[in-house]
Design a protein around this ligand. Structure first.
Ligand code: COI
Length: 353
């Protein structure tokens, strides 16, 4: 599809790339295209970044048919690299299927992103620990108050130069194990990246923040017994020499970083398994001195060590305030591949041309 480009006449002021935080600044342009049932995707365009005009009855504002993705672009000797973008395209379509939204052809998804990133390449930060965060998302755009699948959608991509997601950076974060609210149940939308999952999580996140914790660790929605994921990342634990992460059974997000870490652990010869892990088993391992490392994985979070878990009155401190050796090795290998500094033996990196 041809992409129409309208360049900005008023370029935005660039932020201090050494002090970016996460998701606070946006680049000069955005990518959009529209879908109409019976016609397909059309009017692909890159235009100056700015507000959207929506009718107040627009369905997304009432029933929340909205899905998104998180990706990053990395600089490498004058080239721009994307990391496994086809995985994001596929997950976007799996979210779209669950929410009865339009499918986007994989190559069109990647082409729109690539053209936008090329145009705004001056916004890609190069400092250690920074990157250009890519936020593709889709909203329903039909007007009206009846509850049904929309007949029209808008796909949009915005870009944000970012630093670490958590202010802690690579220092361990403190996590509150949530035992009252739940995030997802099998048969629901837990495996999708829909805005509603995050909207429902905010109450627990605020509760955790009030108690001095950075994030929430979710337990399963039925028994509140099995570990699922952290608010903004998947989670892995090294127990007695083996890395364990919750199995994907419909309520956990199939993270691209999660999948990449499992494959890298395999390459490194470090035992890893995807299985059910109860909070009781984790506590038992902790008490027996066998909980060696805990860390989150995510596009925004990269590898984020967990230094403390709080569950029903008990504090579990892990790793003595430092990142563990396996977490550090995963971080170095993953970011090394993403930045083109290590050989891409698994064929994960795609140059934006
Ligand atoms: C990501 O890791 O890209 C995410 O989408 C997590 C988040 C900031 C909601």
């Amino acid at each position: 599809m041809e992409i129409r480009v309208e360049k900005t006449k008023t370029p935005r002021e660039k932020p201090d790339f050494k002090n970016l935080g996460f998701g606070k600044y946006f680049t000069d342009h955005m990518f959009l295209m529209d879908y109409v049932e019976g016609e397909g995707w059309k009017d692909a365009r890159i235009v100056p970044y700015g507000p959207l005009e929506l009718d107040p009855s627009c369905m997304v504002l009432h029933y929340g048919q909205e899905i998104f993705e998180g990706m990053k672009a990395y600089p490498c000797d004058g080239k721009i690299l994307l990391f496994r973008p086809e995985m994001n395209a596929r997950r976007m379509n799996s979210s779209a299927e669950r929410l009865c939204m339009a499918q986007i052809p994989e190559e069109l998804f990647i082409e729109g992103i690539s053209e936008l990133v090329k145009l705004d390449r001056d916004w890609i930060p190069t400092e250690e620990g920074t990157s250009l965060y890519i936020r593709p998302f889709m909203i329903s755009t039909q007007n009206g108050l009846g509850v049904h699948a929309s007949k029209s959608y808008k796909f949009i991509v915005i870009l944000s130069p970012v630093g670490a997601y958590y202010p802690e950076g690579l220092n361990p974060v403190k996590i509150y194990v949530e035992d009252e609210y739940v995030r997802a149940v099998k048969g629901g939308t837990g495996f999708t990246k829909c805005g509603g999952n995050y909207a429902a999580s905010i109450i627990a996140q605020s509760k955790a923040a009030d108690k001095g914790y950075t994030q929430v660790l979710w337990l399963d929605g039925v028994e509140r017994k099995y570990i699922e994921e952290v608010g903004t990342m998947n989670v892995m634990f090294k127990i007695d020499g083996e890395v364990v992460t919750p199995k994907l059974e419909g309520s956990v997000l199939p993270g691209v970083t999660r999948d990449s870490c499992l494959k890298l652990l395999g390459e490194m010869g470090i035992p890893a398994s995807e299985r059910k892990l109860s909070i009781d088993e984790l506590i038992e391992a902790y008490r027996a001195g066998k909980l060696e490392e805990a860390f989150g994985t995510g596009t925004a979070a990269v590898i984020s060590p967990i230094g403390e878990l709080y569950y029903e009155g008990e504090k579990m401190t892990i790793g003595g305030g430092k990142i563990g050796p396996v977490s550090q090795k995963l971080y170095d290998t993953l970011t090394g591949i993403q930045w083109g500094k290590l050989p891409d033996t698994l064929g994960w990196v795609r140059e934006v041309k």
